[in-house]
Design a protein around this ligand. Structure first.
Ligand code: NDP
Ligand SMILES: O=C(O)C1=N[C@H](C(=O)O)C[C@H](O)C1
Length: 270
């Protein structure tokens, strides 16, 4: 046990929380060192394995984040923005690597994480998969190569339960496209078109979100020109992909200097 890295899971009953628990248990380099859920959840105080309908795991679910990560070297957190910002401070104080998959964060949330990263190790990405992070780099390259006669549109599809739009991945791709063009996304972003919008403005980057069924996550970056289109696409077919990426980040973060890292750092794609 002592030779493996202790990983705690935040939001342990969630779609990703369950995937993460499985990934930690299945990986010979890690062991499950804590399980956290939000106050009032009926799993609190129960053994995680039993609460999830299986065999005992010897880890009790707690709503006290400091207690839940006290035996861990990393905590993986796919929850909600306010929970993630609060956990960042607790993890930095405890010297625990904080891997963040949570999306839907606003500028204030990111600024709070940047501040915390002065004293703790944070690895954060709106998508933990190798394929999407490669797509980010390809998007930057294509955007730099094509001029603004090619309209950039980002279309994402997710399951019916997703609460934020555009997805974290779509925003990563939008940032990369803007970066490739040497502009700031916030100045060229078109979100939520509805009604008489007027014609599309040259140089803008558009976003569209589809929600339905059990779609894991599909992202298209469309470069639409006159008479031709370039389309870059990533399709996620299994959510365990994100859990494996997060585990890679948790291991990569061990012994790193304090800072706010992303999956491009982890995957060596920068
Ligand atoms: N970066 C990536 O690669 C990926 C990111 N995501 C992102 O991860 C997040 C979670 O997604 P998903 O698992 O589908 O969502 P779920 O709603 O299934 O899970 C979220 C979990 O977090 C719990 N939670 C909420 N607040 C707190 C808190 N204060 N303390 C502890 N636990 C809390 C929820 O509890 P309760 O049920 O009681 O509300 C729930 O169990 C989303 O932001 C999603 O976009 C998802 C997949 C991949
Ligand atoms: O909520 C999800 O499910 C996903 N969220 C992430 C996002 O917002 O991009 C990553 C992935 O697409 C699945």
């Amino acid at each position: 046990m002592a030779d493996t890295t202790g990983v705690a899971v935040m939001g342990v009953s969630g779609r990703m929380g369950r995937m993460l628990t499985r990934a930690v248990l299945d990986d010979p380099r890690t062991h499950l060192a804590g399980a956290v859920e939000q106050s009032g959840h009926d799993w609190i105080g129960q053994d995680l394995g039993v609460a999830a309908g299986g065999a005992e795991l010897g880890v009790i679910v707690t709503d006290d984040a400091a207690e839940g990560i006290s035996a861990a070297e990393a905590v993986i957190d796919f929850t909600a923005p306010s929970a993630t910002v609060a956990l960042a401070r607790v993890a930095a104080e405890a010297g625990v690597v904080h891997v963040i998959g949570t999306t839907g964060m606003d500028d204030d949330d990111i600024a709070a994480l940047d501040e915390t990263a002065g004293s703790g190790v944070i690895v954060r990405a709106g998508n933990m998969s190798l394929g999407v992070n490669l797509l980010v780099q390809l998007t930057r390259q294509v955007a730099a190569a094509l001029d603004t006669s090619f309209d950039i549109e980002i279309v994402e599809s997710h399951h019916r339960h997703k609460v934020d739009a555009p997805s974290g991945t779509a925003l990563m791709l939008g940032d990369a496209a803007a970066d490739g063009r040497g502009v700031d996304l916030s100045e060229v972003s078109d979100r939520g078109r509805d009604g008489i919008t007027g014609a599309r403005e040259e140089g803008h980057i558009g976003f569209a979100a589809i929600r339905g069924g059990d779609t894991v996550g599909t992202h298209d970056v469309i470069f639409a020109g006159e008479g031709e289109q370039v389309v870059l696409r990533h399709v996620a077919t299994d959510r365990s992909l994100f859990a494996k990426g997060a585990l890679k980040a948790a291991l990569w973060g061990q012994g790193r200097a304090p800072g706010h890292y992303d999956m491009l750092d982890v995957l060596g794609l920068k």
